[in-house]
Write a protein that binds this ligand. Structure first.
Ligand code: SF4
Length: 214
């Protein structure tokens, strides 16, 4: 695990690369963010952003999406992978929001996790982005980058989340979350990480091990 000093070095660098880290999904309300995050499973944000303007123009709130014709929703989100399952999930999720929370997204990870299509990562991302909650949603990028930079050696996303919550104690975790996502998405990619142009080589576990084996 990295020292506090190295954690500062890591996040100062990430801040230098991404001075204004933000979620790349387009949305106007916490409800629309929740739906966009559900749709982003196994899919890029760019692709989700291509279908959500039409979806949200027709079904802007949980009340409208809860009573939508499933086939119409399927047709709108058809360009996404798993569109049938996703259509079912977002309509059911909207129904549950209307029935249990007056159609509103609540700032509560445990309650959100009970909704259709919502896992822990989605609940963490939505509460961090929509409400500024001190949460970290561990996606594939954060999982990989955390291991490479030795912020965690957790075997599951939940174990990595717990390690990050502890390692980033006292920091703005909702901001650090997006820094790690952007870093993994554009710089420390799964295949061919950009190590030649990375300022973290001296404290990167992955790079150091690679160098040792060469
Ligand atoms: S040195 Fe390479 S593997 Fe390590 S953080 Fe930088 S880009 Fe990622």
């Amino acid at each position: 695990m990295q020292t506090k000093e190295n954690i500062e070095i890591i996040f100062n660098y990430l801040n230098e690369l991404y001075p204004n880290p933000q979620c790349e999904l387009k949305y106007e309300t916490p409800f629309q963010l929740l739906i966009a995050v559900i749709l982003s499973a196994q899919c890029t944000d760019k692709r989700v952003n291509e279908v959500t303007p039409k979806l949200f123009a027709k079904y802007p709130t949980a009340n409208e999406l809860a009573v939508a014709d499933l086939q119409d929703v399927e047709n709108i989100i058809r360009p996404l992978g798993f569109f049938r399952n996703k259509a079912k999930a977002i309509v059911n999720c909207s129904k549950q929001l209307v029935e249990n929370f007056n159609g509103q997204v609540v700032n509560d990870v445990e309650k959100l996790q009970k909704l259709s299509g919502v896992g822990r990562k989605t609940a963490n991302v939505v509460t961090a982005e929509a409400f500024g909650a001190d949460n970290i949603g561990v996606d594939t990028h954060i999982f990989r980058v955390s291991h490479r930079l030795d912020l965690s050696q957790g075997k599951t996303p939940y174990e990595v989340e717990l390690d990050l919550v502890s390692a980033l104690d006292g920091r703005q975790k909702n901001v650090d979350h997006f820094l790690l996502v952007l870093f993994g998405r554009y710089h420390c990619k799964a295949i061919k990480p950009n190590c030649e142009n990375c300022k973290l080589t001296s404290i990167c576990k992955f790079y150091q091990e690679k160098a040792k084996n060469q």
